[in-house]
Design a protein around this ligand. Structure first.
Ligand code: DU
Ligand code: SF4
Length: 228
């Protein structure tokens, strides 16, 4: 299996009834006036970026009118604008904005996935939805393989998703489980003995960025630290 095969399989997943209903209802009816007339992706958000990445960003879940509309991770909403600007400043993205498929944007050395790949109502996936989708996260981790050196999570749901996925893959995960925080760090180890850093970062949602809880400088610092 390749990452492309995996993305194709994820994109038709219907495992979570509530989320399938929501992603498709928003795609059909729930469009914002400003997006009227645009086709919506209305499916799980596939991973995006460099297939040879040694760094992985794990977000929460697609936004109903963001990734669920454009089909690309963190594309088409304020969270994504904040993230891609930072990825460009720190040398990971070839462009400062992500508009949608065909805009020419590429990532270098980094890949982006969501812990839960379908847009959840109120951005709040249930524990069982999080557990179900952690299987797909595990597949992405396996396919990135021994190149992977660092995983950065945007928020606690991504952090816990990574711990669930890596535990299921029988990685060496510290006990007690490391706690999420901004710039929190833990070391995981793959069954092949490769050390993988787990780094936390506050999520790029407007709730954090408009209030100054997460500033551009804070995000840049965490991104630059992934290279060390
Ligand atoms: O078709 P492809 O070259 O595998 O690229 C698929 C998709 O991944 C494309 O939209 C750009 C992105 N991408 C990237 O961001 N960074 C890379 O190094 C290679 C591909
Ligand atoms: Fe499938 Fe994940 Fe979407 Fe659930 S959230 S339907 S597991 S892709």
């Amino acid at each position: 299996t390749t990452l492309e095969d995996l993305d194709a399989r994820v994109s038709v997943c219907r495992a979570c009834t509530r989320l399938v209903e929501w992603r498709e209802t928003v795609a059909r009816e729930g469009r914002r006036a400003s997006f009227a007339g645009q086709p919506y992706w209305g499916r799980p958000g596939p991973s995006f970026g460099d297939p040879d990445a040694d760094a992985l960003i794990v977000g929460l879940a697609p936004a109903a009118n963001g990734t669920n509309r454009t089909g690309r991770m963190f594309t088409g909403d304020a969270s994504g604008d904040f993230l891609y600007a930072a990825l460009h400043r720190t040398g990971y993205a070839t462009q400062p904005t992500s508009v949608g498929a065909g805009d020419g944007l590429e990532l270098r050395g980094i890949r982006i996935v969501a812990a839960v790949r379908c847009a959840p109502p109120a951005n709040a996936p249930t524990p069982s939805e999080r557990a179900t989708c952690a299987t797909w996260l595990g597949r992405d981790l396996e396919l990135l393989g021994e190149r992977l050196r660092v995983i950065m999570t945007l928020g606690e749901i991504g952090w816990k998703g990574v711990l669930a996925a890596t535990s299921a893959l029988r990685w060496d995960v510290p006990r007690p489980r490391p706690r999420f925080g901004h710039a929190a760090e833990a070391e995981l180890r793959t069954p092949a003995g490769v050390a993988v850093r787990l780094v936390g970062c506050y999520h790029v949602s407007p709730h954090n960025t408009y209030t100054g809880r997460l500033t551009p400088a804070m995000l840049d610092d965490v991104l630059l630290d992934l290279r060390t």
